[in-house]
Ligand binder design. Structure first.
Ligand code: ADE
Length: 231
């Protein structure tokens, strides 16, 4: 990978990277700040996309068009959907889907983008393996591979969690991954989404998110850091 884009949605999710990129060249585009430099001997472009799918999509397309990255890694926190994922655990994306894409009234399956006839965006095998190896070697908590469900919604309801898990096969939910995944797929750029659970997307999600966002962001960072040590 000659150059890799690293995206986080919030300051908390990118700040540890900034400590390891010496004298980054900073560029602002579409109101998003990009930091170009070296991270463990690999050329990277780090950025804070902001929250939500539109922010993540714009950020990804800029990384591809302007910065010419050959791969994108998203790092951050999510709400757990799989019952075995606990707060602090890691999910490595095998694929992503928009849980709020709903044209079922037109006869399309939930998540299906009408006429594109696609709903599932597959992550890159090599990046998945890099993340998986990093987690096996360095992460003491539990790691799963699975499906990331994204929507412009902070989920805080047990019934919705059950539906997203049982009907769409989601393992965690967040607000950017599927947008990054779709942009990468449309441009044939490999990607992977790394998420650590800040909450369980249930009635306590708002309280848990506030309490665990720092710790979960750090776990996700640690996986990505060790990925780069092995590139
Ligand atoms: N990111 C972290 N927790 C989340 C949740 N419960 N819903 C959506 N995005 C999240």
């Amino acid at each position: 990978y000659p150059k890799i884009g690293i995206i986080g949605a919030m300051d908390e999710e990118i700040k540890r990277f900034l400590n390891h990129i010496d004298n980054p060249k900073t560029v602002v585009k579409a109101g998003i700040q990009f930091y170009e430099g070296n991270f463990y001997d690999t050329k990277v472009v780090l950025c804070k996309s902001g929250v939500g799918k539109v922010n993540a999509a714009i950020c990804s397309q800029i990384l591809i068009d302007t910065f010419r990255v050959g791969a994108i890694i998203f790092t951050g926190v999510a709400g757990a959907l799989h019952p075995e994922l606990q707060i602090g655990d890691i999910l490595i994306s095998t694929d992503c889907m928009h849980h709020d894409m709903d044209a079922t009234a037109l006869g399309f399956d939930k998540g299906m983008i009408p006429y594109d006839k696609i709903s599932i965006f597959k992550a890159d095998h090599q990046l998945i393996n890099l993340a998986s190896n990093a987690s096996e070697k360095w992460f003491k908590g539990h790691t799963r591979k699975g499906r990331v469900l994204s929507g412009d919604q902070f989920i805080a309801d047990r019934e919705i969690v059950r539906n997203l898990h049982e009907q769409l096969g989601g393992d965690c939910t967040e607000m950017e991954g599927a947008a990054v995944a779709q942009v990468c797929s449309m441009n044939e750029v490999p990607f992977v989404i790394i998420r650590s659970m800040s909450d369980k997307a249930d009635g306590s999600a708002n309280v848990n998110f506030a309490e665990f966002v720092v710790q979960a962001s750090q776990h996700s960072y640690q996986i990505v850091e060790h990925m780069f040590k092995n590139i």
